[in-house]
Ligand binder design. Structure first.
Ligand code: ADP
Length: 475
């Protein structure tokens, strides 16, 4: 297994030789020691990306860029089992989910492979004396800083469109989860990418991450992670006036009206609150329930949650562990705080008795808590759903919009007019009606307010990586 930096199509140690352990959260044991990139290594990687940008990569046609992305997709698909295994060891998620994530990576690469030769400018009518047209040019070297919940998925969500657009990339994986990206790197040269086009520097946020954001040769930054870190990245990007795409947290409401298909809403809540042990920015973490269906919804959800199996991801349980000790302590802190604030535990709330090692937490539902309570307002990032009451559409909209987050929401009702009226008034980047996670690689995703800036995926995602040059010719 490669656990070194990947720069200029070659693996190697950090310049200062430092390494850090990556931990299996199911066993709390070290999987391996990974090269820890510093500002010096970031500088090497960015310079390699800049040289590639000015040299060989610039000469590669859009169609050929698409072909290379397609070859990388094929190679990753062929290596699906090993990449998924490493992902599961590194972050704890069930193997079936890691396999699904790799399929998502392949789909993302294929979508963007197809987009590479479809980035067209326009002609602008200025009369008979001037011909005016636009070119869509790649931004240049782009920085990609990603979290640990979908390590390779998040990396490819932004790198694939950046590469399609003709940019070069430096990726800083999260310190909790560097292995799948390094495994992917083993395919880069074989797929035919010139040296320097894709570079990966594992390391920590405060040194490698901050150095990448501050590097003067970086022309665009894409970050997925917490609001707090997003704020720092935006401040760092401001110094260099760099375009920045941010996808940050969420506290996403699932609004269930009395005329909804409750069975469907419960099925969706089971998936959307507990998949990846709730460590998803777009998970459903607030149920806004009409009192007429509240008890039925929560009782049915509790029964379904109790049936979910918990254990090491490698054994393919429904829920794996939380990614790290730090996150485990944070999530359990929220659960205790919610109860101290008067919330009632409908289920879960503790470590499963049969698992004394690893960062496991049972699926948890808390109700009867005030909408102002911390647990009802802050992103928990664990398998925890919070139930709140609503009386009508206006109350639902007001409560949904009352937080600084604005990532996504779900509306459950059999009345399409009500669904679309509510959807139109929700302050979020995505609304799903009678479903959850209905998007795909083709549909834009992202947040408003503190949940982020910009959209990823789809053709909007590719356009993050081009700049418009206007050319005018006097005739
Ligand atoms: P988490 O997702 O664990 O809540 P973060 O949002 O801090 O935490 O982490 C997401 C990514 O941001 C990780 O790759 C992390 O190393 C990186 N990161 C953390 N702090 C900084 C920083 N100051 N500058 C750049 N990157 C950072």
């Amino acid at each position: 297994m490669q656990a070194d930096l990947f720069i200029d199509n070659a693996f190697g140690p950090a310049t200062d030789g430092r390494r850090f352990p990556t931990i299996d959260p199911a066993t709390e044991e070290t999987i391996c020691d990974v090269a820890r990139g510093s500002a010096v290594d970031i500088d090497r990687a960015v310079r390699a990306a800049d040289l590639a940008m000015r040299g060989p990569w610039r000469e590669v046609t859009p169609q050929e860029r698409g072909r290379l992305l397609g070859v990388l997709a094929d190679r990753i698909a062929a290596d699906r089992n090993e990449i998924a295994r490493l992902e599961t060891l590194d972050v704890g998620k069930p193997l079936k989910d890691s396999l699904g994530d790799v399929d998502g990576v392949v789909a993302t690469l294929r979508y963007n492979a197809g987009a590479a030769d479809k980035l067209q400018g326009e002609t602008v009518p200025l009369g008979t004396k001037v011909i005016d047209f636009t070119l869509l040019e790649p931004l240049g070297v782009t920085a990609h800083i990603v979290p640990w919940n979908f390590p390779l998925g998040m990396a490819m969500r932004s790198m694939a469109p950046a590469l399609a657009a003709g940019c070069t990339c430096v990726l800083k994986p999260a310190e909790q989860s560097p292995l799948s990206a390094l495994r992917m790197a083993e395919h880069v040269a074989a797929a035919g990418f010139p040296p320097g086009v894709i570079n990966i520097v594992p390391g920590f946020g405060e040194d490698a991450g901050a150095a990448l954001v501050a590097h003067p040769l970086v022309r665009g930054i894409t970050f997925t992670g917490s609001v707090e870190t997003g704020r720092k990245i935006l401040a760092g990007a401001a110094a260099g006036i760099r375009p920045t795409v941010l996808e940050l947290g969420g506290k996403n409401p699932m609004i269930v009206f009395p005329d909804a298909d409750i069975g469907r809403a419960v099925d969706d809540a089971t998936m959307a609150s507990f998949e990846n042990a709730g460590q998803v920015c777009s998970s459903s973490s607030r149920y806004l329930l009409h009192p007429r269906i509240r008890d039925e919804f929560l009782d049915r959800l509790r029964v379904k949650a109790a049936k979910l199996s918990i254990g090491p991801g490698i054994d393919n349980h429904d829920l794996g562990p939380i990614v790290s000790r730090e996150q485990y302590d944070k999530v359990t802190g929220y659960i205790l705080g919610g109860q101290a604030d008067g919330g009632r535990l409908r289920c879960g709330g503790r470590r499963p008795p049969h698992l004394q090692k690893g960062y496991f937490i049972e699926p948890t539902i808390i109700d009867r808590v005030a909408a102002e309570a911390v647990v009802a307002r802050e992103e928990i990032f664990g398998p925890v759903g919070i139930a709140l009451d609503i009386t009508d559409e206006n109350a639902a909209i007001e409560l949904a919009n009352s937080l600084s987050y604005g990532l996504c929401a779900g509306v459950y009702t059999s009345d399409i007019s009500r669904a679309l009226m509510v959807a139109g008034r929700l302050e979020v980047g995505s609304v799903w009606i009678n479903g959850w996670w209905l998007g795909g690689v083709q549909a834009p995703t992202g947040g408003i307010k503190h949940s982020g800036i910009g959209r990823e995926r789809g053709m909007m995602g590719v356009r993050n990586y081009v700049q418009v040059k206007n050319i005018a010719v006097r005739l």
